[in-house]
Design a protein around this ligand. Sequence first.
Ligand SMILES: *Cc1c(COP(=O)(O)O)cnc(C)c1O
Length: 459
Amino acid sequence: MKYISTRNSKETFEFKEVFIKGLADDGGLFIPQSLNKYSDTDINSFRELEYNELAKKIISTFIGDFMNENDLSKIIDKSYSVFRKKNVVNLIEVGDRSVLELFHGPTLAFKDVAMQLLGNFYEYYLNNENQKINIVVATSGDTGAAAIDAIKGKKNINIFVLHPHNRVSSVQRKLMTTGKEQNVFNIAINGNFDDCQNLVKSMFADKSFSNEIKMSGVNSINWARIIAQSVYYFYSYFLAKKKDEPVNFSVPTGNFGDVYAGYLAKKMGLPINKLIVATNQNDILHRAISKGSYEVEKVAETISPSMDIQIASNFERLIYDLNNGDDMQTINVMNDIKEKGKYIIDQQRLDRINSDFLSSKMNEDEVLKTIKEVYEKFDLVLDPHSAIGYGAFDKVNISGNNIVLATAHPCKFPDAIKNAINLKAELPKELMYILSEKENYDIIDNNVDKVKQHIKERI
Ligand SMILES: *Cc1c(COP(=O)(O)O)cnc(C)c1O
């Protein structure tokens, strides 16, 4: 498979470059030049596969000659051996819908599913390349922990994680900052997540800096993450209640990465009816998908911090599709967003969006109320992000084969759970120790030169 950038459909790239670069040099996002669609027969042949076997089938079609099937197979088995469930994820029935638990990995959020694989991809790549790289990543709370767990202790690679100071939960922070490995560096930025993301973007854009430190990225635009995430859409489809009926997925959304993986699964032929983009108060994607108004506003702090985002980076991939793969038009739209902070989607494109996507928004009270209702009715504790996904089905009022993506373990957000149901959400036994470990992180101003200096001093 060859890849192109959303901002240049002429030049092609191999998976290896796409994986290591993350973002194209022209600022665009990598996407496949063309996509093979599975037939119904192909899809049915996947039905009985264990998670790892399914992952091997799907991921192998995307990675070209990056590694052979045998190596890929070993890496997938190794990556998923650290999960607390044999089949990585777990689907449970909750009333009239199913909940897909994606948080059984080492850092208790869905991001482990892709990140463990990426960590082992890096290790494989560096074994063959003999160079040293530095990963720099911004996190709204969960990416950082997942990336650190995947990279810690690996040779020839350092990881620098920028999180917004005082805007992640204490459990989220401790999962990042209590490790002892020498190749992990945590930076708390005096700012919000978008500030962290902008710092990383501008460090990437500074070619002399990013080449000097051999900078690489694992944020949610990395194509390898998207393909790893598309696997659980397939897997859960086969487990869904009503066999052979198309499914609807509700996806707690921030950067549009996870739900884009669902859209990719749909484009590969998986019978998905609607993907519901479930947002918190930071509802830019809800305004875009329901009214056609993609307009950047100020980020509000919420109890679902991993979705406190205004600039949904992966949305560019959808914009490219809406413009029928026209790179110039995509560039124009992205420039508009950058300059005017807004993009008005015309009716024709909006109709196309709505054939695949619906959306919803939930305010803070509604999130707490949903956690309480689900707990009282079903004795199930949802974390605030998953509760937003759960409630989205009621908001868009769509029935059928409905699956909610539960993106984080409730114990990551103990304050919210206490507020909602006055319950102490306990960490899994294996992770209790982080509560009393010493934390390591440096606090730095929202200033790109200071951050660059800090990184240079440590590599
Ligand atoms: C990252 C994250 C999300 C949002 O996922 P995107 O891919 O950024 O849309 C939702 N819930 C949790 C718990 C997360 O960590």
